[in-house]
Design a protein around this ligand. Sequence first.
Ligand SMILES: *Cc1c(COP(=O)(O)O)cnc(C)c1O
Length: 368
Amino acid sequence: MFIMPNNLGRQYSLNAAEYEQKAVEVLRSGWYILGNEVKSFEQEWAEYVGAKYCVGLASGLDALKISFELLGIGEGDEVIVCGNAYIACVMGITVKGATPVFVEPDQYDNIDADQIEAHITPNTKAILAVHLYGQACDMTKIMAIAKKYGLRVVEDCAQSHGNHWQGKTVGTFGDIGCFSFYPSKGCGAFGDAGCIVTDNEELAQKFRIFRNYGSEKRYHNQMIGSNSRLDELQAGLLRVKLKHLDDFNEERCRIADRYLNEIKNPAVRLPQIRPGADSTWHQFVIHCDHRDALQKYLEANEIGTLIHYPIPPHLSEAYAYLGKKPGDYPVTERYAAEVLSLPMYNGMTKEEQDRVIDCINRFRPEGE
Ligand SMILES: *Cc1c(COP(=O)(O)O)cnc(C)c1O
Protein backbone atom coordinates (compact mmCIF):
# COMPACT_ATOMS: atom_id res chain seq x y z
CA MET A 1 0.00 0.00 0.00
CA PHE A 2 1.23 3.44 -0.95
CA ILE A 3 2.26 5.53 2.06
CA MET A 4 1.21 9.12 1.53
CA PRO A 5 3.40 11.99 2.74
CA ASN A 6 0.42 13.21 4.75
CA ASN A 7 -2.87 11.48 5.40
CA LEU A 8 -5.53 13.79 6.76
CA GLY A 9 -8.20 11.13 6.59
CA ARG A 10 -6.30 9.09 9.17
CA GLN A 11 -6.26 11.94 11.64
CA TYR A 12 -9.95 12.59 11.02
CA SER A 13 -10.85 8.96 11.60
CA LEU A 14 -9.27 9.06 15.07
CA ASN A 15 -12.07 11.36 16.31
CA ALA A 16 -14.62 11.30 13.50
CA ALA A 17 -17.73 11.14 15.69
CA GLU A 18 -16.75 14.29 17.60
CA TYR A 19 -16.25 16.33 14.41
CA GLU A 20 -19.47 15.07 12.94
CA GLN A 21 -21.45 15.89 16.05
CA LYS A 22 -20.02 19.43 16.12
CA ALA A 23 -20.68 19.96 12.42
CA VAL A 24 -24.31 18.99 12.82
CA GLU A 25 -24.61 21.20 15.89
CA VAL A 26 -23.31 24.25 14.00
CA LEU A 27 -25.38 23.53 10.90
CA ARG A 28 -28.54 23.22 12.97
CA SER A 29 -27.78 26.39 14.94
CA GLY A 30 -28.75 28.61 12.01
CA TRP A 31 -25.83 30.97 12.80
CA TYR A 32 -22.79 30.72 10.52
CA ILE A 33 -20.64 33.85 10.70
CA LEU A 34 -19.13 35.51 13.81
CA GLY A 35 -20.99 33.81 16.59
CA ASN A 36 -20.31 31.82 19.73
CA GLU A 37 -18.06 29.21 18.12
CA VAL A 38 -15.66 31.85 16.85
CA LYS A 39 -15.73 33.70 20.16
CA SER A 40 -15.10 30.50 22.13
CA PHE A 41 -12.36 29.31 19.81
CA GLU A 42 -10.60 32.68 20.03
CA GLN A 43 -10.63 32.45 23.82
CA GLU A 44 -9.45 28.85 23.83
CA TRP A 45 -6.67 29.44 21.29
CA ALA A 46 -5.42 32.54 23.14
CA GLU A 47 -5.32 30.50 26.32
CA TYR A 48 -3.60 27.58 24.59
CA VAL A 49 -0.74 29.72 23.29
CA GLY A 50 -0.64 31.99 26.32
CA ALA A 51 -1.62 35.25 24.61
CA LYS A 52 -4.17 37.79 25.79
CA TYR A 53 -6.13 38.08 22.53
CA CYS A 54 -6.86 35.96 19.49
CA VAL A 55 -8.74 37.13 16.41
CA GLY A 56 -10.00 34.50 13.97
CA LEU A 57 -9.35 35.22 10.28
CA ALA A 58 -9.96 33.54 6.94
CA SER A 59 -6.41 32.23 6.36
CA GLY A 60 -2.80 32.34 7.39
CA LEU A 61 -1.88 34.57 4.47
CA ASP A 62 -4.56 37.02 5.55
CA ALA A 63 -3.12 36.99 9.07
CA LEU A 64 0.27 38.03 7.67
CA LYS A 65 -1.10 40.56 5.18
CA ILE A 66 -3.34 42.27 7.70
CA SER A 67 -0.56 42.29 10.29
CA PHE A 68 1.78 44.28 8.09
CA GLU A 69 -1.02 46.54 6.96
CA LEU A 70 -2.14 47.34 10.52
CA LEU A 71 1.46 47.87 11.61
CA GLY A 72 1.70 50.44 8.83
CA ILE A 73 4.44 48.59 6.97
CA GLY A 74 4.29 49.03 3.21
CA GLU A 75 5.98 50.79 0.32
CA GLY A 76 9.56 51.83 0.99
CA ASP A 77 9.82 49.59 4.06
CA GLU A 78 11.91 46.46 4.42
CA VAL A 79 11.07 43.29 6.31
CA ILE A 80 13.65 40.65 7.22
CA VAL A 81 12.66 37.04 6.49
CA CYS A 82 14.50 33.75 6.05
CA GLY A 83 15.39 32.89 2.47
CA ASN A 84 13.91 29.38 2.63
CA ALA A 85 10.50 30.54 3.89
CA TYR A 86 7.23 29.46 2.33
CA ILE A 87 6.12 31.76 -0.50
CA ALA A 88 3.07 32.90 1.51
CA CYS A 89 5.39 34.45 4.13
CA VAL A 90 6.90 36.65 1.45
CA MET A 91 3.51 37.48 -0.08
CA GLY A 92 2.35 38.65 3.33
CA ILE A 93 5.23 41.14 3.29
CA THR A 94 4.92 42.34 -0.28
CA VAL A 95 1.17 42.73 -0.74
CA LYS A 96 1.22 46.29 0.58
CA GLY A 97 4.49 47.05 -1.16
CA ALA A 98 7.13 46.32 1.47
CA THR A 99 10.36 44.66 0.32
CA PRO A 100 11.48 41.30 1.69
CA VAL A 101 15.12 41.16 2.75
CA PHE A 102 16.27 37.56 2.76
CA VAL A 103 18.59 36.10 5.37
CA GLU A 104 20.05 32.61 4.97
CA PRO A 105 18.90 29.72 7.18
CA ASP A 106 21.21 27.94 9.60
CA GLN A 107 21.59 24.19 10.18
CA TYR A 108 18.23 24.13 11.97
CA ASP A 109 16.48 25.20 8.73
CA ASN A 110 15.35 28.48 10.32
CA ILE A 111 16.67 32.02 9.98
CA ASP A 112 20.30 32.42 11.04
CA ALA A 113 19.76 35.13 13.65
CA ASP A 114 23.48 35.94 13.71
CA GLN A 115 23.20 37.25 10.15
CA ILE A 116 20.20 39.52 10.72
CA GLU A 117 22.01 42.64 11.91
CA ALA A 118 24.13 42.83 8.77
CA HIS A 119 20.92 43.19 6.74
CA ILE A 120 19.37 46.03 8.72
CA THR A 121 19.10 49.38 6.94
CA PRO A 122 17.34 52.66 7.83
CA ASN A 123 14.30 51.25 5.96
CA THR A 124 14.04 48.06 8.02
CA LYS A 125 10.76 48.05 9.90
CA ALA A 126 10.20 44.48 11.00
CA ILE A 127 11.44 40.92 11.27
CA LEU A 128 9.13 38.12 10.18
CA ALA A 129 10.19 35.14 12.29
CA VAL A 130 8.99 32.01 10.47
CA HIS A 131 9.01 28.94 12.72
CA LEU A 132 9.52 26.53 9.85
CA TYR A 133 8.72 22.79 9.89
CA GLY A 134 7.46 22.94 13.49
CA GLN A 135 10.56 24.32 15.14
CA ALA A 136 11.02 27.68 16.86
CA CYS A 137 13.49 30.29 15.67
CA ASP A 138 16.00 31.67 18.16
CA MET A 139 13.56 34.20 19.62
CA THR A 140 16.02 35.41 22.25
CA LYS A 141 18.39 36.74 19.60
CA ILE A 142 15.60 38.00 17.35
CA MET A 143 13.88 39.94 20.14
CA ALA A 144 17.20 41.45 21.27
CA ILE A 145 17.93 42.70 17.73
CA ALA A 146 14.39 44.04 17.38
CA LYS A 147 14.73 45.94 20.63
CA LYS A 148 18.13 47.37 19.69
CA TYR A 149 16.85 48.72 16.34
CA GLY A 150 13.23 49.45 17.30
CA LEU A 151 11.80 46.87 14.90
CA ARG A 152 8.44 45.15 14.96
CA VAL A 153 8.39 41.37 15.18
CA VAL A 154 5.72 39.28 13.50
CA GLU A 155 5.86 35.52 14.07
CA ASP A 156 4.62 33.12 11.40
CA CYS A 157 3.51 30.11 13.44
CA ALA A 158 1.59 28.41 10.62
CA GLN A 159 3.76 25.30 10.96
CA SER A 160 4.29 25.53 14.70
CA HIS A 161 1.10 25.01 16.64
CA GLY A 162 2.01 24.62 20.28
CA ASN A 163 5.75 24.41 20.23
CA HIS A 164 8.09 26.43 22.33
CA TRP A 165 11.20 28.48 22.57
CA GLN A 166 12.72 28.09 26.04
CA GLY A 167 9.40 26.89 27.41
CA LYS A 168 7.30 29.75 26.04
CA THR A 169 4.83 29.06 23.24
CA VAL A 170 5.68 30.54 19.85
CA GLY A 171 3.48 33.41 18.75
CA THR A 172 3.83 35.17 22.10
CA PHE A 173 7.27 36.74 21.63
CA GLY A 174 6.66 39.36 18.97
CA ASP A 175 3.99 42.02 18.44
CA ILE A 176 1.76 39.57 16.58
CA GLY A 177 1.69 35.79 16.15
CA CYS A 178 0.12 34.61 12.87
CA PHE A 179 -1.44 31.17 12.49
CA SER A 180 -2.82 29.24 9.55
CA PHE A 181 -5.32 26.44 10.14
CA TYR A 182 -5.01 25.09 6.60
CA PRO A 183 -6.02 21.40 6.83
CA SER A 184 -2.46 20.04 6.86
CA LYS A 185 -1.28 22.31 9.68
CA GLY A 186 -0.99 21.02 13.25
CA CYS A 187 -4.44 22.18 14.33
CA GLY A 188 -5.89 21.98 10.85
CA ALA A 189 -9.40 23.04 9.94
CA PHE A 190 -11.59 21.38 7.31
CA GLY A 191 -11.12 24.22 4.88
CA ASP A 192 -9.30 27.55 5.06
CA ALA A 193 -8.88 29.34 8.37
CA GLY A 194 -6.35 31.38 10.31
CA CYS A 195 -5.91 33.77 13.23
CA ILE A 196 -3.58 36.18 14.97
CA VAL A 197 -2.67 36.39 18.62
CA THR A 198 -1.39 39.47 20.42
CA ASP A 199 -1.17 40.99 23.89
CA ASN A 200 -1.99 44.43 22.48
CA GLU A 201 -5.68 45.15 23.08
CA GLU A 202 -5.84 48.07 20.65
CA LEU A 203 -4.23 46.04 17.89
CA ALA A 204 -6.55 43.08 18.51
CA GLN A 205 -9.52 45.39 18.20
CA LYS A 206 -8.17 46.73 14.89
CA PHE A 207 -7.99 43.17 13.55
CA ARG A 208 -11.58 42.51 14.64
CA ILE A 209 -12.75 45.62 12.82
CA PHE A 210 -10.57 45.09 9.74
CA ARG A 211 -11.74 41.52 9.12
CA ASN A 212 -15.35 42.68 8.91
CA TYR A 213 -15.21 45.47 6.29
CA GLY A 214 -13.70 47.85 8.81
CA SER A 215 -16.84 47.96 10.86
CA GLU A 216 -17.51 47.28 14.49
CA LYS A 217 -21.07 48.45 14.33
CA ARG A 218 -23.03 47.25 11.33
CA TYR A 219 -22.96 49.72 8.41
CA HIS A 220 -20.60 52.07 10.28
CA ASN A 221 -17.29 51.61 8.51
CA GLN A 222 -14.28 53.16 10.23
CA MET A 223 -11.65 51.97 7.78
CA ILE A 224 -11.28 50.21 4.48
CA GLY A 225 -11.12 46.68 5.74
CA SER A 226 -11.59 43.30 4.22
CA ASN A 227 -13.73 40.22 4.48
CA SER A 228 -11.47 37.87 6.38
CA ARG A 229 -13.71 36.15 8.87
CA LEU A 230 -13.23 32.76 10.42
CA ASP A 231 -16.58 31.02 10.03
CA GLU A 232 -18.61 29.25 12.72
CA LEU A 233 -18.30 25.79 11.18
CA GLN A 234 -14.51 25.91 11.00
CA ALA A 235 -14.27 27.49 14.46
CA GLY A 236 -16.46 24.77 15.94
CA LEU A 237 -14.39 22.04 14.30
CA LEU A 238 -11.16 23.73 15.39
CA ARG A 239 -12.41 23.68 18.99
CA VAL A 240 -12.74 19.90 18.71
CA LYS A 241 -9.30 19.60 17.12
CA LEU A 242 -7.67 21.78 19.76
CA LYS A 243 -8.73 19.32 22.47
CA HIS A 244 -6.57 16.72 20.77
CA LEU A 245 -3.70 18.92 19.64
CA ASP A 246 -1.30 18.04 22.45
CA ASP A 247 -1.92 14.34 21.83
CA PHE A 248 -1.37 14.83 18.10
CA ASN A 249 1.87 16.67 18.74
CA GLU A 250 3.06 13.95 21.12
CA GLU A 251 2.27 11.25 18.60
CA ARG A 252 4.29 13.08 15.95
CA CYS A 253 7.18 13.40 18.41
CA ARG A 254 7.12 9.63 18.94
CA ILE A 255 7.25 9.04 15.17
CA ALA A 256 10.06 11.60 14.85
CA ASP A 257 11.98 9.88 17.67
CA ARG A 258 11.83 6.62 15.77
CA TYR A 259 13.04 8.29 12.57
CA LEU A 260 15.84 10.04 14.47
CA ASN A 261 16.98 6.88 16.23
CA GLU A 262 16.47 4.32 13.51
CA ILE A 263 17.26 6.03 10.20
CA LYS A 264 20.91 5.26 9.67
CA ASN A 265 22.21 6.07 6.24
CA PRO A 266 25.34 8.16 5.64
CA ALA A 267 23.65 9.71 2.59
CA VAL A 268 20.98 11.28 4.80
CA ARG A 269 21.35 14.19 7.23
CA LEU A 270 18.63 14.06 9.87
CA PRO A 271 16.93 17.23 11.16
CA GLN A 272 18.55 18.97 14.12
CA ILE A 273 16.77 20.73 16.95
CA ARG A 274 18.18 24.00 18.20
CA PRO A 275 19.02 23.89 21.92
CA GLY A 276 16.14 25.73 23.61
CA ALA A 277 13.59 24.78 20.96
CA ASP A 278 11.26 21.84 20.71
CA SER A 279 9.53 20.61 17.56
CA THR A 280 5.97 19.58 16.81
CA TRP A 281 7.27 17.98 13.59
CA HIS A 282 4.94 19.67 11.17
CA GLN A 283 7.41 18.23 8.69
CA PHE A 284 10.23 15.76 9.22
CA VAL A 285 12.78 17.22 6.82
CA ILE A 286 15.95 15.39 5.92
CA HIS A 287 18.78 16.71 3.76
CA CYS A 288 20.35 14.52 1.07
CA ASP A 289 22.88 15.33 -1.66
CA HIS A 290 21.05 12.81 -3.85
CA ARG A 291 17.60 14.10 -2.98
CA ASP A 292 15.96 13.58 -6.36
CA ALA A 293 17.28 10.02 -6.64
CA LEU A 294 16.14 9.28 -3.08
CA GLN A 295 12.68 10.67 -3.77
CA LYS A 296 12.37 8.57 -6.93
CA TYR A 297 13.58 5.46 -5.11
CA LEU A 298 11.06 5.97 -2.30
CA GLU A 299 8.28 6.57 -4.80
CA ALA A 300 9.18 3.31 -6.57
CA ASN A 301 8.86 1.65 -3.16
CA GLU A 302 5.41 3.18 -2.63
CA ILE A 303 6.50 5.86 -0.21
CA GLY A 304 5.39 9.40 -1.00
CA THR A 305 7.46 12.43 0.01
CA LEU A 306 7.23 16.17 -0.54
CA ILE A 307 9.73 18.99 -1.00
CA HIS A 308 9.33 22.06 1.20
CA TYR A 309 10.23 23.96 -0.94
CA PRO A 310 11.79 23.28 -4.34
CA ILE A 311 11.98 26.92 -5.50
CA PRO A 312 13.10 29.55 -2.99
CA PRO A 313 10.97 32.73 -3.07
CA HIS A 314 13.82 34.89 -4.41
CA LEU A 315 13.95 32.70 -7.54
CA SER A 316 10.21 32.33 -8.02
CA GLU A 317 8.59 33.97 -11.03
CA ALA A 318 6.37 36.07 -8.79
CA TYR A 319 9.45 37.80 -7.36
CA ALA A 320 11.40 38.30 -10.58
CA TYR A 321 10.98 42.04 -9.98
CA LEU A 322 13.33 41.82 -7.01
CA GLY A 323 16.11 41.13 -9.52
CA LYS A 324 17.66 38.22 -7.61
CA LYS A 325 19.62 35.54 -9.42
CA PRO A 326 20.82 31.99 -8.75
CA GLY A 327 23.82 32.12 -6.43
CA ASP A 328 22.58 35.11 -4.43
CA TYR A 329 21.59 32.95 -1.46
CA PRO A 330 23.75 29.81 -1.70
CA VAL A 331 22.59 28.14 1.53
CA THR A 332 18.92 28.70 0.72
CA GLU A 333 19.44 27.37 -2.78
CA ARG A 334 21.38 24.33 -1.57
CA TYR A 335 18.58 23.54 0.88
CA ALA A 336 16.01 23.76 -1.91
CA ALA A 337 17.98 21.06 -3.73
CA GLU A 338 18.57 18.89 -0.62
CA VAL A 339 15.44 18.86 1.51
CA LEU A 340 12.90 16.05 1.56
CA SER A 341 9.90 15.72 3.87
CA LEU A 342 9.22 12.17 4.98
CA PRO A 343 5.73 10.79 5.64
CA MET A 344 4.51 12.17 8.96
CA TYR A 345 0.92 12.14 10.12
CA ASN A 346 -1.30 11.25 13.00
CA GLY A 347 -2.58 7.72 12.80
CA MET A 348 0.56 6.50 11.00
CA THR A 349 0.94 2.81 11.85
CA LYS A 350 4.07 1.17 13.23
CA GLU A 351 4.28 -0.92 10.05
CA GLU A 352 4.22 2.23 7.91
CA GLN A 353 6.95 3.78 10.03
CA ASP A 354 9.00 0.56 9.76
CA ARG A 355 8.71 0.60 5.99
CA VAL A 356 9.89 4.22 5.71
CA ILE A 357 12.84 3.54 7.99
CA ASP A 358 13.87 0.25 6.34
CA CYS A 359 13.52 1.67 2.88
CA ILE A 360 15.66 4.75 3.57
CA ASN A 361 18.28 2.60 5.29
CA ARG A 362 18.55 0.47 2.16
CA PHE A 363 19.01 3.46 -0.19
CA ARG A 364 22.39 3.61 -1.93
CA PRO A 365 23.16 6.59 -4.16
CA GLU A 366 24.35 5.51 -7.58
CA GLY A 367 28.11 5.35 -7.97
CA GLU A 368 28.75 5.10 -4.22
C1 LIG B 1 0.53 27.48 5.35
C2 LIG B 1 1.44 28.62 5.58
C3 LIG B 1 1.05 29.95 5.37
C4 LIG B 1 -0.23 30.33 4.68
O1 LIG B 1 -1.36 29.90 5.32
P1 LIG B 1 -2.75 29.78 4.48
O2 LIG B 1 -3.75 29.53 5.57
O3 LIG B 1 -2.60 28.67 3.54
O4 LIG B 1 -2.96 31.09 3.82
C5 LIG B 1 1.92 30.95 5.73
N1 LIG B 1 3.12 30.68 6.24
C6 LIG B 1 3.56 29.42 6.45
C7 LIG B 1 4.89 29.19 7.04
C8 LIG B 1 2.74 28.34 6.11
O5 LIG B 1 3.18 27.10 6.29
